[in-house]
Design a binder for this molecule. Structure first.
Ligand code: LLP
Length: 423
C-alpha cells in the first residue's frame, strides 16, 4: 500500500493522481501499481530464501498477461488451473519449467498440452486423474512429472466458500489413500513421481492451520520414505491472507518460520503458490457515482461499477475499503450504502460511514481489488469487461482494453442449422 497516498486531498497511485488517469480511461476500470506487486514479491522471496522455497504465482488471482510478465521478470513461476491459464503464462514468457498445474479436473486436452510444452509438474487430484495422465503420457511417449495433492483434513478457519482442506471438500486426495497410490504410481514408467502438494484454503489470516497441514505433510513424507519411496518435492499451496483495511496482515516472516520448522529439514524442493498476497493490495477499482437516492432511511449511492466487475462482496460478503479520489477533509453526516446498477439485490458493495459527501460525477475507488477482481469478472447484464491499467512511477498504460459491446455481440453470430441424430 506504499504506493497509495493522499497529496493535497487527492488520491495518488505511485506518482500519478488517480483522477488524471480517470480523465483518460473511462470508468469503471482496474488500476494496479507495479511497484506494490514488485515489493510484495521481493519481500516474500526474501523471507523464503533461507528455506529455499520458490514462488509460483496463482494465476487465477490476476491473470492479466502484463501482470504475469511483471512477476515472471522477477523470477516468479506460475501456478495454473486450466489450459487457458497455461496459454496466458506462456504468452507472458514464463518458462514451462516454472509452471505447476493444479486444479480439480483437468481435461485430457489440457494434460496433453501441458506435457507437450514440458510443464514442471501436474498436481494430481484423484486416482482417476492419475490414470488419464498416465494414458496421455504413454500416447506422447513421455514421462509425466506428478505430485499428489493431499487433503490433510485441516480446518483453515476462513470463509466456507474458500476453504479447501477439510475431509469431504472436493479438493485433494484423502490422506489415508496417498501411500498406496504413491507406491503404485512410482512403479509406472510413464510417471515421474516427484512428491506431494497441499493447499488448505484462501485468505488465511491465522497461520496455525499451515503448521497443522505441513506437519501432516511431513509425517506423510517420513511414512513414504520409510517404504523407500522417494519424495523430492513439496508444493505448500497458497492462501496467505491480506488485511482488507490496509492494516497489517499475516507476517510472512512467521510463515517462513513455520515452513522451516515443519518441512525445512526434509531436503525437499519447496514451492509456495500465493495469489492474493502478491497482487491484492496493488489494485483499485475506480468507479464514478451515477446517482444518489433514498430508500427506507438509507442513502444509496449508485456507482457505475457492479458485481459483475467485482464479485467478492456479492459472493463472500467481502468488504473492500473505499478511497475517494478527492478528499475535501470533511465527512458526510450519514453513512452511504454503495450499490451497482445490476439487477440483483446482492449487487451491493457495502455500507460505509466517514466518507466525504458524495454526489453524481464524483469518483471513488475500491481498494485491495488487485486479486480476484478482474479475473472473476463477467459480462452479466451484458456489461462489457472493463479496462485494466498498470501504473509504473509517473506513467500508466492500458494492459487490457475495455471490451466493446460489439465484441460481445460478435460471439453470438449463429451458425447455419446442422443436423445430428434425431428420432
Ligand atoms: N493454490 C491453489 C491450489 C488454489 O486453489 C489457490 C486458490 C491458490 C493456490 C491461491 O490462493 P491465494 O494465495 O490467492 O489465497 N475467489 C476467492 C479466492 C479463491 C481461491 C481459490 N484457490 C476470493 O476472492 O476470495
Amino acid at each position: 500500500h506504499d504506493s497509495l497516498s493522499y497529496r493535497n486531498g487527492e488520491l495518488f497511485i505511485e506518482k500519478l493522481a488517480v483522477e488524471d488517469i480517470a480523465a483518460e480511461v473511462s470508468t469503471p476500470f482496474y488500476c494496479y501499481s507495479a511497484s506494490t506487486i514488485r515489493n510484495a514479491f521481493t519481500l516474500l522471496a526474501d523471507k523464503l530464501k533461507p528455506v529455499h522455497a520458490s514462488v509460483c504465482f496463482a494465476v487465477k488471482a490476476n491473470s492479466n498477461i502484463s501482470i504475469l510478465k511483471l512477476l515472471a521478470d522477477l523470477g516468479c513461476g506460475m501456478d495454473i488451473v486450466s489450459g487457458g491459464e497455461l496459454e496466458r503464462a506462456l504468452a507472458a514468457g514464463v518458462a514451462p519449467s516454472k509452471i505447476v498445474f493444479s486444479g480439480v479436473g483437468k481435461t485430457r486436452r489440457e494434460i496433453r498440452r501441458a506435457l507437450e510444452v514440458g510443464i514442471h509438474q501436474l498436481n494430481v487430484e484423484s486416482p482417476a486423474e492419475l490414470d488419464s495422465i498416465r494414458e496421455v503420457a504413454r500416447d506422447l511417449g513421455c514421462r509425466a512429472p506428478v505430485v499428489f495433492r493431499v487433503n490433510p483434513d485441516v480446518d483453515a478457519h476462513t470463509h466456507a466458500k474458500i476453504s479447501t482442506g477439510k475431509k469431504g471438500d472436493k479438493f485433494g486426495i484423502n490422506i489415508e489413500l496417498i501411500e498406496e497410490l504413491y507406491a503404485k504410481a512410482a512403479a509406472c514408467t510413464e510417471l515421474d513421481v516427484a512428491g506431494l502438494a497441499v493447499h488448505i484454503g484462501s485468505q488465511l489470516l491465522n497461520l496455525s492451520p499451515y503448521r497443522a497441514a505441513y506437519r501432516r505433510l511431513a509425517s506423510l513424507v517420513d511414512q513414504l520414505r520409510s517404504r523407500d519411496l522417494p519424495v523430492r518435492s513439496l508444493d505448500l499451496g497458497g492462501g496467505l491472507g491480506i488485511n482488507y483495511n490496509f492494516g497489517v496482515g499475516p507476517d510472512v516472516g512467521e510463515y517462513a518460520a513455520i515452513v522451516k520448522e515443519t518441512v525445512g529439514g526434509l531436503h525437499c524442493e519447496l514451492t509456495v503458490e500465493p495469489g492474493r498476497w502478491l497482487v491484492g493490495p496493488a489494485g483499485l477499482l475506480v468507479t464514478e457515482v451515477l446517482n444518489l437516492k433514498e430508500a427506507g432511511g438509507t442513502v444509496l449511492v449508485i456507482v457505475d461499477a457492479a458485481m459483475n466487475d467485482l464479485m467478492r462482496p456479492a459472493l463472500y460478503n467481502a468488504v473492500h475499503p473505499v478511497l475517494p479520489l478527492q478528499d475535501p477533509g470533511h465527512r458526510s453526516a450519514h453513512p452511504y450504502q454503495i450499490v451497482g446498477p445490476v439487477c440483483e439485490s446482492s449487487d451491493v458493495f457495502g455500507t460505509y460511514d466517514a466518507l466525504p459527501p458524495l454526489q453524481s460525477g464524483v469518483r471513488i475507488a475500491f481498494g485491495c481489488a488487485g486479486a480476484y477482481g478482474a479475473s472473476m469478472a463477467s459480462t452479466y447484464n451484458s456489461r462489457d469487461l472493463i479496462a485494466e491499467v498498470l501504473v509504473e512511477a509517473d506513467r500508466f498504460r492500458v494492459i487490457r482494453r475495455r471490451q466493446t459491446i460489439q465484441d460481445l455481440l460478435e460471439l453470438e453470430s449463429a451458425t447455419p442449422w446442422q443436423k445430428c441424430r434425431s428420432e
